[in-house]
Design a protein around this ligand. Structure first.
Ligand SMILES: [Cu+2]
Length: 290
């Protein structure tokens, strides 16, 4: 068998194993209708509504940096226009011959340094806030696989795989048709107003766990654990996607998070414990695919 055929055959086996595994444990849902908050909208161009402190900080920082950038662009464009109009060869036939001006050179060196220091002063505290993991109320491990996510609730004996729903499966699972490539069969369920720490890793290649409304994005690197945290303030459905090019089905491993009340979360936890605890993570087929 030549190599490409063999790769294809192994790929098929992996896909079949993944499908079998997906059907092995039916998804446990929260059983309540939730508002869509972290969802892309048609013709949207701005950030999704932020529901965490860090996400709000990121948007604020983005606005500040945009304003600084716009002001710099406006100043440079104005100077260029002045030069074009006032100092072209027709308007100014006898050109000045000087080549240096220490004062101007000092200003155009020091001013950008000050601007960069200013941006550093406002951005570094946000970066530190994002990167320093607080004490967690809930700890989840998210493992990226080609091409689905595995979630493990570290404080409970729960682990399950999260596969993208096909178009025909959306409505029966409570999603809208336009949530294709965003909705999954088994979403991550979390309580509102609790600090969640997610440790992100991967089993094969580099993936990235991203939920825009939470302001989180973290690469999952095989053999490494990297942490992110968020504290969602609003109950609802939030969507994200793998954000590291990870192979041919990179597009088809979305992230769905349902943020619910504490009561509903605990109820879900009880049912999830029964459903998922008996299905320990079997990643043996991943070894076969390497
Ligand atoms: Cu991926």
């Amino acid at each position: 068998m030549d190599m490409t055929l063999r790769t294809k055959a192994v790929g098929c086996l992996v896909a079949m194993a993944a499908l079998l595994q997906a059907s092995a444990a039916p998804a446990v849902d929260v059983g309540v209708e939730l508002e869509r908050i972290g969802k892309p909208v048609a013709d949207g161009y701005n950030f999704q509504d932020p529901v965490t402190e860090v996400a709000r900080d990121i948007i604020w920082l983005d606005n500040i940096v945009n304003v600084i950038g716009a002001v710099i662009c406006a100043i440079v464009m104005t100077l260029l226009l002045i030069v074009i109009v006032r100092y072209n060869s027709r308007a100014n036939p006898k050109a000045a011959q000087f080549t240096h001006n220490t004062r101007v050179e000092f200003v155009w060196t020091v001013l950008p340094i000050l601007i960069l220091i200013g941006i550093g002063i406002v951005s570094l505290p946000i970066l530190f806030k994002q990167q320093r993991l607080p004490e967690a109320d809930i700890t989840v491990k998210a493992t990226g696989n080609q091409w689905y996510w595995t979630y493990e609730y570290m404080d409970h004996d729960i682990s399950f795989d999260s596969f993208m729903l096909q178009q025909g499966e959306l409505v029966e699972n409570g999603y809208m048709p336009d949530e294709f490539m965003l909705a999954v069969d088994a979403p991550l369920v979390l309580p509102v107003d609790k600090t969640v720490v997610v440790y992100v890793t991967a089993s094969d290649v580099i993936h990235a766990w991203t939920v825009p409304a939470f302001g989180v994005k973290q690469d999952g690197v095989p053999g490494r654990l990297a942490g992110l945290w968020f504290k969602p303030e609003v109950e609802g459905i939030y969507f994200g996607q793998c954000s590291e090019l990870c192979g041919k089905d990179h597009t088809y491993m979305p992230i769905t998070v349902k943020v619910v009340s504490q009561d509903i979360y605990e109820d879900w936890l009880d049912r999830a414990r029964e459903e998922y605890a008996e299905a320990p993570l079997d990643d043996s087929f991943m070894v076969a695919s390497r």
